[in-house]
Write a new protein. Structure first.
Length: 336
């Protein structure tokens, strides 16, 4: 059984501060994903609903893919915590953000002026808040915010339930990643009872491809090559593929994940020709380490998902990458 990971004391403390504060600044992290956006949107919506002065802040524009959750909630692109955000009654809530470098700037200065609440599930969280609630066993920060809001006197509206459901499923791969637990499903039950509709949410998230993207993907799929005894696979896209299909550079999002679905493939790479060299997306299955390959070309990321840029013509970049991938699967099983 997964651990029942909820700290009631800290939840009560957070609810007390939220209740006592009139101005809420709810923050998302850089390169916002569904988890940070869903949590920040749900909490902001709650604040608006109970009459607080709420700002939803993000270091970048709110991601267009998730705009359906946002509705009329006031949101701003924020470089840093505004200097006038100070004094009693002001609270900053940072969502799904492991360290202040990933948030808007001046978080440390903000801490001297008001209460900073840090709600997150990353094990390496830097504990930068006045109140730190970090639960690494949660598959998404969305699970924690579901518990927080469900424990409050204010409850969860159908729109907030939708945003939290998005937070959870985008971070745990529709309950498919090892991080998914019985708790994740319990949260889903609670959110569905509060009005989240998985069918409609799936339609918003999954049925939004352009025909240009599909044509682009078709070109990449047609070039898929498996090597190193079936353990590695690559495909590639040239600049002309984008011009000829009418696709944009954003249309490669998630494309690489398909290559990792080929039976036996443990390490997958997508090479995309750009004006500044060849962009490489890498995906790995344990015990392969995509990060180590990316690092060989000056890139980085996570162990199972990384990226880099190879400053060579497309042909040369593909050869260098395949050689490095081959070397990794023959020597890198122990993660070296
Ligand atoms: Mn997350």
């Amino acid at each position: 059984m997964p651990k029942k990971h909820r700290d009631r004391d800290v939840i009560d403390k957070i609810l007390h501060v939220l209740s006592a504060s009139d101005r809420w600044l709810v923050l998302m992290h850089e390169k916002p994903d569904g988890d940070t956006a869903g949590c920040a949107t749900a909490l902001s919506s709650l604040g608006v609903r109970i009459g607080k002065d709420v700002t939803l802040g993000c270091p970048e524009p709110y991601p267009s893919k998730y705009l359906f959750m946002l509705r009329d909630i006031p949101h701003k692109v924020l470089e840093s915590v505004p200097p006038d955000f100070a004094g009693d009654g002001c609270v900053v809530i940072s969502m799904d953000t492991s360290n202040p470098e990933r948030a808007v700037k001046k978080m440390h200065e903000a801490k001297e002026r008001c209460v900073v609440i840090n709600i997150d599930h990353h094990a390496d969280n830097a504990m930068y808040g006045d109140i730190n609630w970090v639960e690494p066993s949660a598959s998404a920060t969305g699970e924690m915010v579901t518990d927080l809001m469900a424990s409050s006197e204010w409850g969860i509206s159908p729109e907030e339930a939708t945003a939290l459901y998005v937070a959870i499923i985008t971070d745990n791969g529709n309950f498919s990643f090892p991080s998914s637990s019985s708790r994740s499903h319990e949260c889903a039950v609670l959110l569905m009872e509060a009005g989240a509709a998985p069918g409609l949410i799936n339609e918003e998230l999954e049925t939004n491809l352009s025909v240009h993207a599909i044509r682009l993907w078709g070109r990449a799929f047609g070039r898929a090559r498996v090597f190193a005894g079936g353990r590695c696979a690559i495909f590639w896209l040239a600049r002309s593929d984008f011009d000829e299909t009418g696709a944009s550079k954003h249309d490669t999002e998630n494309l690489i994940n398909f290559l990792l679905r080929v039976r036996g493939v443990k390490l997958a790479g997508l090479c995309t020709e750009t004006e500044n060299g060849v962009r490489v997306n890498l995906r790995a299955r344990f015990p392969m380490n995509a990060q180590k390959i990316a690092a060989r070309f000056g890139g980085g990321g996570h162990v199972l998902a990384s990226g880099c840029t190879i400053r060579k013509p497309l042909d040369g970049a593909i050869s260098s990458l395949t050689a490095e991938m081959e070397r990794h699967v023959s020597t890198g099983i122990s993660g070296s």
